[in-house]
Ligand binder design. Structure first.
Ligand SMILES: [Zn+2]
Length: 424
């Protein structure tokens, strides 16, 4: 079994405590020993990595990943990619995410029914590089819901499967389970850029949500819900959805229900896409003025107030920003940690903990993933700098000097690099 010893590192363990100087021994795919302060870990025949004082921390977890989204400026452009090219694109994106320090992805919808599944399987088989991955279905939506891009007399497609009535939702949910997804994604609320289904509109009814949740429950799967309106949050919680995306327009009752369910649910607000659409989509024809008119500024303000209240109530909030659109492309995902600090008043350490320890829980591996701790899976980043002081460091992949997933180097440290930097 391979052994790797990280010596001379600052250990940031993902548990919220201050980093400490230490050594970390990896054996096979697990962390065997974490030695603090002056203590030394076993040497034996381990490959020695001199961390030169850099930070060793858990790999990041993306709570709302879309590896098959193509950074397009419109939903329908995504539907124009043939399956073969699309598979290769998703393969490129999972590698990119791993290059950026994301060693786990909780997927929030695939652009075609089997894309997440085949990519997840290929990663697991060791055929292609990529993070651990929970595969999602496409977004199950209603006629006239988010993702229904059809036009009369013209074929158009995107990331959604349109279903109407509980029977259709049940059938498609069963089909997706047959194809091997881990997560069923539903769109009970709209979104502010969809004129016929806005963020405050609840377009799926409770029987439809119940049908998907029933299928998930019967097969040990989870349901992730695109829930911006207060009503969509409530219906989703009542029917047992466990991954609540957005939750931006909550009212008091929705907050109470989230709090009551806080031990079994996770909220990922996806601040990244909202921020980028508001302030950075100008080159694609969406000015700040236009986005404000669409209601995005109001929604962001509501989201920030609601999320601060959720934090106060101890609800788990995770970074994951819907990266995969033209103005919010895949690869920038670690920016969501900065948004957590900036918008939600988290300390950098709290944002890191949300992306690591809580991320492990979201992956349903909280007892073995997301911390630098003996017995845990060896998903580790060696970081040139102190991300608990400046969380934006994590957005620069060149400052991730080593990336280890499941005990294997995805990126090996270049010994000279840290020395050169120190000399400078
Ligand atoms: Zn999304």
């Amino acid at each position: 079994m391979g052994r790797i010893l990280f010596a001379n590192v600052r250990v940031l363990d993902g548990n919220g405590g201050a980093p400490f100087e230490g050594e970390v021994l990896v054996e096979g795919n697990r962390i065997k020993q974490v030695a603090r302060d002056r203590a030394r870990a076993e040497r034996g025949n381990a490959e020695l990595i001199d961390g030169q004082g850099q930070t060793l921390m858990p790999g990041l977890v993306e709570a709302h990943a879309h590896p098959s989204f193509a950074n397009t400026a419109s939903l329908e452009a995504l539907g124009e990619i043939p399956p073969e090219e699309h598979t290769l694109l998703a393969m490129k994106h999972v590698r990119l995410l791993l290059d950026h320090g994301f060693t786990s992805l909780c997927c929030a919808a695939a652009a075609k029914p089997r894309l997440d599944v085949v990519i997840r399987n290929a990663i697991r088989a060791g055929d292609i590089p990529g993070p651990r991955m929970l595969a999602a279905s496409p977004e199950l939506t209603v006629t006239g819901g988010l993702g229904d891009v059809r036009l009369k007399h013209l074929h158009r497609d995107t990331f959604a499967i349109v279903c109407d009535g509980p029977e259709e939702f049940r059938r498609v949910a069963r089909e997706m389970c047959r194809e091997g997804v881990d997560i069923l994604k539903i769109n009970p609320s709209g979104d502010n850029f969809v004129p016929f289904a806005l963020a405050q509109h609840t377009v799926m009814n409770e029987w439809e949500i119940a049908a998907v949740c029933e299928v998930a429950r019967s097969r040990g799967k989870r349901v992730a819900t695109h829930a911006r309106s207060a009503e969509s949050v409530k219906l989703s919680l009542r029917q047992g959805c466990e991954i609540i995306y957005h939750a931006t327009l909550c009212d008091g009752e929705a907050l109470d229900m989230l709090e009551a369910a806080k031990d079994r649910i996770f909220v990922a607000p996806t601040l990244g896409v909202t921020h980028a659409t508001l302030y950075e989509a100008g080159p694609w024809g969406v000015s700040e003025e236009m986005a404000t008119r669409f209601g995005l500024k109001h929604e962001l303000e509501m989201a920030v107030a609601n999320l601060k209240e959720m934090r106060r109530r101890g609800i788990r909030i995770l970074p994951g920003g819907d990266y995969g659109f033209a103005w919010n492309p895949i690869g920038r995902n670690a920016r969501d940690l900065e948004h957590f600090v900036r918008y939600l008043d988290m300390t950098p350490m709290q944002a890191i903990e949300a992306a690591t320890r809580l991320g492990g829980q979201l992956m349903q591996q909280g007892e073995e993933l997301g911390q630098v701790k003996a017995g845990y899976l060896a998903d580790l980043l060696l970081v040139d700098g102190q991300p608990e002081r400046d969380v934006t460091i994590l957005q620069d992949k060149d400052r991730l000097t080593a990336i280890l997933k499941d005990g294997q180097f995805h990126k090996r440290p270049v010994p000279a690099r840290a020395a050169v930097r120190a000399a400078e």
